[in-house]
Design a protein around this ligand. Structure first.
Ligand code: ADP
Ligand code: MG
Length: 408
């Protein structure tokens, strides 16, 4: 990846000046998240507005991104599809910028979506409250139902491709608490089939899907696994046995393994037979058509008792006392803030302040958090070699280190 900008480097896009943002936990390091196809940088402008710039690796810089983006734009008002609102940098429109930075050819400017990814929540192993687990699951099911009713599928549903604005400290309600990113392989009537198709991401892919995901039912298996994970995340036992970047070890897909049994029993105990049976049906399916539709999921879930804005208020309060987090990692990728709420006990408030302090110290000493780690792998490959992180697994996380002694 040749584009390695510095913090505050200026990019003039259209009539606006944008600057490469600094990582919130690492002074001097650009805020970028690395994926399979490229790196997504956070940009800020003079008015404090944020945008995301996805810079593709050379082999993903395709002219067809221009036509694709025009079509995706028509989906951007659907819940959770804000990332479809995009501007592609082309020679005809952005010549001066591309002459200066040829690597930005066909890069995509889109809204910045604030919040942790679902992958980060899974890695964190910290349970969600019942209300939040339900609100996130319902928001995801609602979004996917709206899509399937229009014959649309994301095509690579997975933990890193789902951002949870509901869990951001900035969330005020009004928008979907769950947002899908990485939409270049989406299926929709009228969209062209990409030259190379994804068969799904590790931990979410249906083992029987050969030849890639392309069709309106493409999300049914991955979506079922994600919904089961989200619903299961209210149960500390489920969180504790999670494999890593996904709840299931990718080798376990569709196996009658202890993780599958634990999750199904937990779904049955906490959410009833309906949700458990839908997950069983997806897990045992021969193909994607056999998996439940998202409308079926929506019907099986209890309706949330409160609006999302109320459920996610004070998004960063600590886990309730007595639910000891299984891991010591911080809840979000950015630096923790000390945000006591009126409902917190003295003990909870104290622990939260201590956690924020330790996190800050840990970040200051030069350790890395997930997104920072990904960033460093991009900008300073020599600093964090893959082997330096003992917990590193495949996919887009360069390494995960937990600050010592955090949490319970
Ligand atoms: N619009 C966005 N706002 C904020 N973060 C984003 C946005 N789009 C992507 N990201 C982050 O960047 C990561 C990589 O982006 P993604 O589009 O998934 O790239 P890839 O196609 O390489 O997997 C995502 O996992 C997510 O954490
Ligand atoms: Mg991705």
């Amino acid at each position: 990846m040749a584009f390695q900008p510095k913090v505050k480097e200026q990019l003039r896009i259209g009539k606006k000046n944008w600057y490469i943002a600094e990582h919130p936990a690492a002074p001097g390091i650009p805020y970028g998240q690395e994926g399979r196809a490229g790196v997504v940088f956070q940009l800020v402008n003079d008015h404090g507005e944020q945008s995301a710039l996805k810079v593709f690796r050379a082999r993903f810089r395709l002219p067809s991104l221009v036509a694709l983006s025009e079509k995706l734009e028509t989906l951007a008002n659907l819940p959770g599809l804000e990332a479809c609102r995009r501007i592609v940098l082309t020679l005809s429109q952005h010549r001066e910028l591309l002459e200066q930075y040829p690597d930005l050819t066909y890069a995509v400017l889109m809204p910045w979506i604030d919040g942790p990814t679902w992958q980060e929540i899974v890695l964190d192993k910290r349970p969600l409250t019942k209300d939040r687990a339900l609100a996130l699951s319902c928001a995801l099911a609602q979004s996917l139902t709206t899509m399937e009713e229009r014959g649309i599928a994301h095509g690579d549903l997975s933990g890193p491709n789902i951002i949870l604005p509901g869990l951001s400290a900035k969330y005020t309600g009004g928008t979907n608490p769950v947002s899908l990113v990485d939409v270049e392989q989406m299926y929709a009537p009228g969209l062209e089939k990409p030259a190379s198709l994804s068969s799904g991401s590790a931990g979410y892919a249906h083992p029987q899907v050969a030849g890639g995901l392309w069709g309106s039912e493409a999300d049914r298996f991955a979506g079922a696994v994600l919904l089961a994970e989200m619903l299961g995340w209210r149960d500390p036992q489920v969180c504790e046995v999670a494999w890593g970047e996904s709840y299931f070890d990718p080798k376990e897909m569709q196996q009658d393994c202890p993780r599958y049994r634990l999750l199904t029993e937990s779904l049955r105990r906490h959410w009833g037979d309906g949700a458990a049976s839908l997950f069983e049906r997806a897990w045992q399916s021969q193909d994607l058509i056999e998996c439940p539709t998202f409308g079926e999921w929506l019907l099986a879930l209890p309706a949330p008792e409160q609006p999302a804005s109320a459920v996610f208020a004070a998004a960063r309060t600590v886990a309730p006392m007595g639910t000891t987090p299984a891991s010591s990692a911080p809840a979000e990728s950015g630096p923790l803030q000390w945000l006591p709420s009126a409902r917190d006990s003295f003990e909870a408030t104290f622990l939260q302040a201590l956690e924020a302090y330790r996190y800050k110290e840990w970040a200051r000493r030069g350790n890395c958090c997930r997104s920072l780690c990904r960033k460093r792998r991009t900008t300073q490959p020599a600093v964090i070699a893959p082997a330096t992180c003992s917990q590193r697994r495949k996919s887009n996380c360069g390494g995960v280190h937990s600050p010592p002694g955090l949490g319970g």
